[in-house]
Design a protein around this ligand. Structure first.
Ligand SMILES: [Zn+2]
Length: 219
């Protein structure tokens, strides 16, 4: 998924308002950020073919270190432990762990079967939601819109930045997502992980920024 992971970050902010939205989005997107780093390092591999939509243009994916259930639980435990050491909040640590592991669940729904349970496992899982654009718009899009509404009602903008930068950011994410589910593969497979890593980093930075401009409404 794509905006579905951001929806988890927004919804989790309702559950754990003390955690920055940036940290929650980082947790929900951690598997994809690691995926970019592992592709760059040559630990993981993907191959593209000329077709429209990510469900069709990925032909071979070796993504077990970033996207297996076992490793996502391990990355989640690491992030949760780091948070626990710094902030001494077990509840916050559990929310971050759940946000990291939710990535596997959402990608299992969206991906064609390429999601393993562990890096060494050969069986792959995936329901393939992204194979249907209308179904993706309904399920992932519906979740995204719902999370935006829930978040925007609970965390009111302090000023114009909190309004415009938030909704422009949300619109850009929506456009990038639509390009992913319906558009062509990256033109250059070599630079693709660098481009994605930059995009994800900017999205996490945006979430940290929005956290400061949309404090809890106190209701
Ligand atoms: Zn992913």
């Amino acid at each position: 998924m794509f905006v579905g992971h951001f929806a988890v970050g927004l919804a989790a902010k309702r559950v754990a308002p003390a955690i920055s939205l940036g940290t929650l989005v980082l947790a929900a997107m951690l598997a994809d950020i690691l995926w970019c780093l592992f592709l760059i390092a040559g630990i993981e591999h993907v191959e593209f073919r000329p077709a429209m939509g990510a469900a069709n243009y990925f032909v071979a994916s070796e993504i077990g270190w970033s996207h297996s259930l076992l490793m996502d639980a391990a990355w989640g435990a690491l992030l949760a432990a780091a948070y626990l050491l710094r902030r001494r909040s077990p509840r916050g640590a559990w929310v971050l762990f759940a946000a990291v592991v939710s990535h596997w669940l959402l990608d299992w729904i969206a991906h064609r079967p390429d999601m393993p349970l562990s890096p060494a496992a050969h069986t792959r899982f995936g329901l393939g939601l992204w194979g249907s654009i209308p179904a993706t718009l309904a399920v992932e899009g519906g979740f995204w819109v719902l999370a935006l509404i829930v978040y925007a009602r609970a965390f009111r903008p302090k000023g114009r930045t909190g309004i415009f930068a938030f909704w422009i950011g949300a619109a850009l994410l929506t456009l990038a997502w639509y390009g992913n589910i319906s558009g062509p593969p990256p033109r250059d497979a070599h630079s693709a992980p660098y481009v994605s890593l930059t995009f994800f980093s900017l999205a996490v930075a945006w979430a940290y920024w929005m956290n400061r401009h949309r404090p809890a409404s106190g209701r």
